[in-house]
Design a binder for this molecule. Structure first.
Ligand SMILES: [Zn+2]
Length: 421
């Protein structure tokens, strides 16, 4: 039987994805269908193509512009447990089609609460009004006004969808819960959820949101609540990753690692602007969750203050840094994991790079030691690597103890971002 005719569940899976936003990875078809059902105003003529065009970001600007697409479809999903479960289930199917063996998807359950009084900037209309259940003056949707819905029920709906998906499609997905910059009132509750659901599919905590206002040399005092939450997370053995060095400078990466005790960095591209911080990350074996298309579309690469506009992932690969390849927000970028791999292939990445970065992803995943070991075993089998000893898993290790690196990096010559077309 041809591999492609095998049921999705049994097809070989060889990729590990660690940075993808569940609420930024929704099928256009699902958004379109739900918005129509709820009588929400669709962009343009109301066609699926117009919806897609309105949500998708095609040219780089900044992170706020990048996140504006969420405004269109968030009203369709907030507070709707059935839709949220469906999104989680479909996400697993899509990941299985991308040959993903293991994935960590992240989201903020608090952002999906109905009837909130506050929203992050990117979910507000021009006038700063909240958008729950109402877009451009369209009436409140019937299913977003459910006051019974709380963060626990939202998280449970996601976990239920993921479990059904894993059963049907064979891809394992675990959850990272996001604190949001500027919305500290939720951060302690995020930690509570991480703790309470640690045996039910939640594997780590993240700090997301716009770091665009972060200035060189800023202090941790600007997010004292999140700092305390991250310190508590470390104490409780909860794994930590943090969006840093995407819009913000290299000092944000330094802060994330040295002060917040982040084990992985979401994006981190601008770390290469400061050699000392970059060398520290290499030494500490900090893992970078690289998202190629999103890095371009958020303007992070354009804003690099290095002489060369070569993508930092090329430097990471040349230096043997630990990194994985991720899709971030497929609904916004309109790319799937395969597109990210194709792009890097064009730049000179080889199969050796791809297998190395997938092993790095597995090793730096937030899975418990036994499951991590099983994942590495699975990759060994798929990649046909027999003489590879698994480094000791460092689950629950303090931020100062990093996972050892796998074998030497493959060598390669690279193109530049400009050659992407
Ligand atoms: Zn992200």
């Amino acid at each position: 039987m041809f591999v492609l005719q095998e049921p999705l569940k049994f097809r070989p899976k060889c990729r590990v994805e660690l940075h993808v936003h569940l609420d930024g990875a929704i099928r256009y078809e699902t958004i379109w269908e739900v918005m129509r059902q709820k009588g929400l105003k669709l962009p343009g003529s109301g066609s699926l193509a117009d919806l897609r065009a309105a949500v998708q970001v095609k040219e780089p600007q900044d992170l706020c512009h990048f996140l504006r697409g969420f405004q269109i479809f968030f009203p369709a999903i907030v507070g709707d447990l059935a839709v949220i479960e469906r999104i989680a289930y479909e996400f697993v199917e899509d990941q299985a089609r991308e040959s993903v063996a293991y994935c960590e998807a992240r989201f903020s359950p608090h952002l999906l609460l109905p009837n909130q009084d506050t929203q992050p900037n990117f979910l507000q209309n021009e006038g700063g009004t909240r958008i729950n259940g109402s877009v451009d003056g369209i009436t409140e949707s019937h299913s977003v006004s459910n006051d019974e819905v709380d963060v626990d029920s939202i998280l449970n709906a996601v976990l239920k969808g993921l479990a059904r998906g894993e059963e049907d499609f064979g891809t394992k997905v675990r959850i990272i819960l996001c604190c949001i910059r500027g919305l500290s009132k939720w951060s302690w509750d995020v930690l509570r959820l991480c703790e309470e659901y640690s045996n039910r599919g939640v594997v780590g905590i993240d700090l997301a949101g716009d770091e665009g206002h972060s200035k060189e040399g800023q202090s941790a005092v600007e997010s004292p609540v999140e700092l305390a939450v991250f310190e508590a997370a470390k104490e409780k053995g909860i794994h930590r990753t943090m969006h840093a060095g995407e819009a913000g400078p290299a000092s944000c990466v330094k802060l994330a690692v040295e002060v917040f005790g982040a084990e992985r960095i979401g994006h981190g591209y601008r770390v290469i602007e400061d050699e000392n911080t970059y060398q520290m990350c290499l030494k500490e074996n900090i893992h970078f969750e690289v998202c190629p298309h999103s890095s371009y579309l958020t303007g992070s690469i354009k804003s690099l203050t290095t002489n060369s506009k070569r993508h930092p992932v090329l430097r990471f690969a040349e230096d043997g840094a630990s990194f994985s390849i991720n899709s971030d927000d497929p609904t916004i970028t309109s790319t799937r994991l395969t597109d990210e791999y194709k792009l890097l292939y064009k730049w000179g990445f080889t199969e050796a790079h791809f297998s190395r970065l997938n092993f790095q992803g597995a090793i730096h995943s937030f899975l418990p030691p036994e499951e991590k070991k099983a994942l590495v075993e699975l990759l060994r089998e798929v990649y046909g690597i027999v003489d590879y000893t698994i480094p000791t898993p460092t689950s629950l290790s303090p931020a100062t103890t990093r996972t050892p690196s796998p074998p030497p990096k493959p060598s390669v010559t690279f193109g530049t971002w400009a050659e992407r077309a």
